[in-house]
Design a protein around this ligand. Structure first.
Ligand code: URA
Length: 429
């Protein structure tokens, strides 16, 4: 088959800060999916995009080409509206677990296609797989049935959804090209638009534990994604939220499930509850449901009932004991005072090195590994008091995990606390 364009010309155009035409973009994504454009050519193009950027029209075309590389789902047969949430990823970010059943309990169906973790940020599927028996893979028919019967599904995205993104994301991961706003925005939005949700709420993380380290970059990513969603007819809003310190008191798969269940039982850490309720309000409002208070549905057990049904429907036992680690080690405070800083990235890396995350996408994860925090910024601590407990089945990992934590916290005066007053920093949409 004769090809309409030449990959090397396209790479040169972007290398020299030129603009790619709609036709060139449609071709290069299609040809990459057909394996006509080679990985090394796409790597070079991804790096040129990271360095020289793309304008909004190019990003829109790139997103549409990735959607066109696969199937589109359709939830229009459901009896209730649909809303989905996507987080750009952070440390201790277990919000999907309480959020999906909470929104479903308020009358809006939640089709949550999720991924596995890579690097220091955890993956929702890895967390749920800590529950004995729980299965991530569902057919499209089973997903639709569960959405109608239970109202919430958290499952693996099938291989048919934006396959070009799947290939490209693995390539970016090993070529230092993940952190490009046009590539992140198109990667996330191609999957969400192809998924067919009516409402999308984006949780764009800002801070050391996030892809976006500054509020300015996070806002640009949020504005780009909101424009892509709205352009495709999806009601899309974004919240910018703090990821300078871990969310909640746990980072690690089984540990995060335990904390999520505490939230569903009406307790749990205040920041997790605040963010869960804020995102639920946005999802419900987007779907036109304004007469139900998600904070009440969390407190009175309605969200817990949906959680139990959702876990059971996918083969999991909501009453099963969660796995516990074979070994634990405490890290203690080295002074009296107030914990003023606890770095999210360092805690994420420590949890990863304990076995909660994977280095390569085919690696297994430990269900019980991770970091449990006993204090957060703003808390008074005294010398010798445990600040965190490290959990792992493989104690030879403690040393590397402790190395990641070196210098990751500060103890000082109450006036030096470095956290935002509210977890939600801004809203776009
Ligand atoms: N999540 C995605 O799905 N894609 C990215 O590029 C980054 C985060």
């Amino acid at each position: 088959m004769s090809e309409s364009f030449d990959a090397v010309d396209i790479i040169r155009t972007k290398r020299d800060r030129g603009e790619l035409s709609s036709e060139e973009i449609a071709w290069v994504i299609d040809a990459y999916t057909r394996e006509v454009v080679a990985d090394e050519q796409m790597s070079a193009l991804a790096m040129a995009i990271l360095l020289n950027g793309m304008n909004r029209r190019e990003i829109g075309d790139w997103t549409n080409a990735m959607i066109a590389s696969g199937e589109r789902m359709d939830f229009s047969s459901l009896s209730r509206p649909t809303a989905d949430k996507h987080s750009t990823g952070g440390v201790g970010d277990k919000i999907t677990l309480p959020l999906a059943p909470l929104v479903a309990a308020c009358g809006v169906a939640v089709p949550q296609l999720s991924g596995r973790g890579l690097g220091h940020t955890g993956g929702t599927l890895d967390k749920l797989e800590a529950i004995p028996g729980w299965q991530a893979a569902l057919s499209n028919e089973d997903m639709l049935r569960q959405l109608e019967d239970v109202g919430a599904v958290i499952c693996a995205a099938g291989s048919g959804l934006a396959p070009a993104d799947k290939r490209l994301y693995s390539l970016r991961d090993v070529t230092g090209t993940v952190e490009a706003i046009p590539l992140i925005a198109s990667s996330i939005m191609s999957k969400k638009i192809a998924e067919g949700t009516g409402v999308l709420v984006l949780d764009v993380k800002v801070g050391s534990g996030a892809f976006m380290k500054t509020q300015e970059d996070a806002r640009e990513l949020a504005e780009t994604m909101v424009a892509l969603g709205q352009g495709a007819g999806v009601h899309t809003v974004a919240l910018l939220t703090d990821m300078s310190t871990p969310l909640g008191l746990t980072a690690g798969n089984g540990l995060e499930v335990r904390e999520s269940v505490e939230v569903l039982a009406g307790g749990g850490p205040q920041d997790v509850v605040e963010l869960t309720v804020a995102l639920a309000r946005e999802m419900l409002e987007g779907a036109g449901v304004t007469d139900v208070d998600p904070a009440e549905a969390l407190k009175d057990g309605r969200a817990m009932d949906v959680w139990r049904a959702m876990i059971s429907a996918q083969g999991g036992d909501p009453d099963a004991e969660l796995p516990t680690a074979k070994e634990t080690q405490e890290v203690v405070a080295d002074a009296d005072g107030t914990l003023t800083r606890l770095d999210a990235y360092a805690v994420g890396v420590a949890a990863w090195r304990l076995g909660a995350g994977r280095g390569r996408k085919e690696d297994p994860v430990q269900a019980a590994a991770g970091v449990e925090l006993h204090a957060k910024p703003g808390d008074a601590v005294s010398k010798g008091q445990p600040l965190m407990t490290l959990h792992t089945d493989t104690p030879e990992r403690f040393d590397r995990s402790l190395a990641a934590l070196e210098g990751c916290w500060s103890i000082g005066g109450a006036q030096d606390v470095q956290t935002a007053d509210s977890i939600v920093l801004d809203r776009v949409g």
